[in-house]
Design a protein around this ligand. Structure first.
Ligand code: ADP
Length: 291
């Protein structure tokens, strides 16, 4: 079983001719709301594409914004541990998408910032704990420490990018980063290999967008090219990759096999619009991998 502990947001997306400059007002067009947040996206990828028994610890406000988030997790088969926060709203993200596909995003973390060490549910039966950095860093460290104590493997997707304290790095079994996050965590602007060498974690996985992914596992390097697809929207490709990677590891695959699944799922997520709506199902993934 996998426990994902992290963020859940409701995304408010408006399409406009261009992103407003400071002080400018732009009349937008279509407006939609979508459930999102790295934690929730990754939990859905674990459950939907990875077919893994998945639980999620999340904090939500006592407001209508929380409803679509819960509905989406429920539909994917994620068992939720909800911390209901009375004095903060559910996390939200305000996203303006321009006609040339640029975006500008403001996140109001709200209830996500109320997740605390004491909220961690029992880790009985849990083999993997999957964490991100959209919740307070002290909370992430507390969860990783408890998991390590109980022999649960700790996987951190270090996104959004920030420097990581040594006390967190030493609790990790697997670190998943994109190229920018790798440079931030390594505090180094050199090659991928040089950056990896500066980080003391047994397994580091680096996602490389349309160049696929690579990993260093106990000193050995694994490279995988991206699957060839026609991308229409890369939103949540990284989250899909993380969720499916952990689901595959949880099912006993080795790192090379798990990377193949994650790489395929990330590619498929780029072929559809949206975040959670673009995460493939297990059947779609099997079909894609058998072609
Ligand atoms: P992030 O969005 O977190 O920066 P990446 O852009 O590295 O993450 O994408 C995550 C994964 O999604 C990649 O490792 C790859 O597996 C897949 N992916 C992303 N973009 C493409 C693409 N254009 N073609 C095929 N696969 C892609």
């Amino acid at each position: 079983m996998i426990l994902v502990a992290g963020s859940a947001n409701l995304d408010f997306v408006v399409q406009a001719s261009h992103i407003p400059a400071p002080g400018e007002t732009v009349l937008g067009r279509d407006f939609k709301t979508y459930p999102g947040g790295k934690g929730a996206n990754q939990a859905i990828a674990c459950a939907r594409a990875g077919q893994a028994a998945t639980q999620m610890l999340l904090a939500l406000g006592n407001d209508p914004f929380s409803k679509p988030i819960e509905a989406s997790l429920l539909a994917a088969g994620v068992q939720m541990h909800v911390v209901r926060v009375e004095d903060r709203p559910t996390g939200t993200a305000f996203i303006c998408v321009s006609d040339d596909a640029e975006n500008a995003i403001t996140v109001a973390p709200g209830a996500n910032n109320a997740l605390r060490g004491e909220h961690l549910p029992s880790l009985d039966g849990c083999n993997h704990l999957l964490l991100q950095l959209e919740t307070p860093i002290e909370t992430v460290i507390a969860y990783a420490r408890e998991a390590r104590k109980r022999g649960v493997r700790v996987v951190l997707n270090a996104a959004p990018a920030r420097a990581l304290p040594d006390e967190l790095l030493e609790l990790l079994d697997v670190l998943v980063v994109n190229k920018g996050e790798l440079a931030t965590v390594a505090a180094h602007q050199g090659s991928i290999e040089q950056c990896m060498q500066r980080i003391d974690v047994p397994c580091i996985v680096v996602t490389l967008g349309d160049r696929g992914c690579c990993a260093r596992v106990d000193g050995e390097l694994i490279m995988q090219d991206a699957f060839a697809v026609m991308p229409v929207d890369t939103t949540a490709a990284g989250d899909t990759f993380c969720g499916v990677l952990v689901a595959a590891l949880d099912r006993g695959m080795n790192m090379a096999q798990a990377l193949r699944w994650a790489n395929a799922a990330g590619a498929l997520a780029c072929t559809k619009h949206g975040a959670q709506s673009s995460i493939p199902t297990h059947a779609e993934l099997l079909d894609f991998l058998s072609q």
